[in-house]
Write a protein that binds this ligand. Structure first.
Ligand code: ATP
Length: 229
């Protein structure tokens, strides 16, 4: 579904990605891992067309070359992003945030309300009045409302209280159960690895390891080398 080979990306003159390889198969959940500043968010931004892939032998989605496409075109092709920091529309109500991106069939207001009953309770409240956890639910709901072929989640549980974090993980598991293809960045390996089908580890803008979650979970030295603090 998504294939990146040797992707390079820059912030002005400063190179952040030097060769990222990653593949997401249809229906799979892939975890993108690495310590802080290793290029996970930059990889996601590059896939989504929020910054250009310079160099790079390949960046394709559903068989189409998406290098150079603007973000709205990548979104139209079926990439739904839950960005780091949530970025809900603060002046719109919960309902309006969801309606703003509604497209296609499958995920609609009813399905999102069933996934996140709290959003239904807060439907007419402006997004700025929501708690951090509720804003995260809204950001996920908003991306689902686009009925994406690929859902990308960037640090969706970061900064949340443990109980709220578990609610988000339960929702991600439920979305996953519906066969949704997912690319996810998260630091909570304990929650993430049991759900994932494959892992990709980045180090200084390079892909340094790809493999099965079980193998990563069982390899303390590997975790220590690339993910330890
Ligand atoms: P984190 O877990 O902290 O979000 P990350 O793995 O997502 O880390 P990125 O945010 O992609 O890492 O950062 C990759 C590199 O790009 C880092 O060296 C970072 O300093 C640099 N970088 C990120 N954003 C910018 C920016 N706006 N301008 C310049 N350099 C940036």
């Amino acid at each position: 579904m998504l294939e990146a080979r040797g992707i390079e990306s820059f912030y002005g003159p400063s190179q952040a990605l030097f060769g990222v390889d990653l593949t997401v198969a249809e229906g799979a959940m892939v975890a993108l891992l690495g310590r802080n500043g290793m290029g996970k968010t930059t990889t996601i931004r590059t896939i989504c067309g929020l910054m250009p892939a310079r160099g790079g032998s390949l960046l394709s989605f559903l068989g189409k070359d998406i290098r150079g496409l603007p973000a709205f075109r990548v979104a139209q092709l079926g990439v739904g992003l839950v960005p780091e920091g949530r970025r809900c529309f603060p002046n719109l109500t919960v309902g309006e945030n969801l309606l703003a991106t509604a497209r296609g069939a499958g995920w609609d207001m009813k399905a999102v309300a069933a996934l996140f009953p709290k959003l239904e309770e807060r439907r007419d409240q402006s997004a700025r009045t929501l708690s951090g956890g509720e804003q995260q639910m809204l950001a996920i709901g908003r991306a689902l409302m686009t009925n994406p072929r690929l859902l990308i989640l960037d640090e969706a549980t970061e900064g949340l209280a443990p109980v709220v974090r578990q609610e988000i993980w339960a929702a991600i598991a439920a979305v996953r159960q519906r066969g949704q293809s997912i690319l996810i960045v998260d630091k909570n390996l304990k929650d993430l690895l049991p759900l994932a089908d494959a892992c990709v580890i980045l180090e200084k803008g390079h892909t340094v390891w790809q493999g099965r979650p079980d193998d990563l979970a069982a390899d303390a030295a590997l975790q220590d080398r690339y993910l330890g603090v």
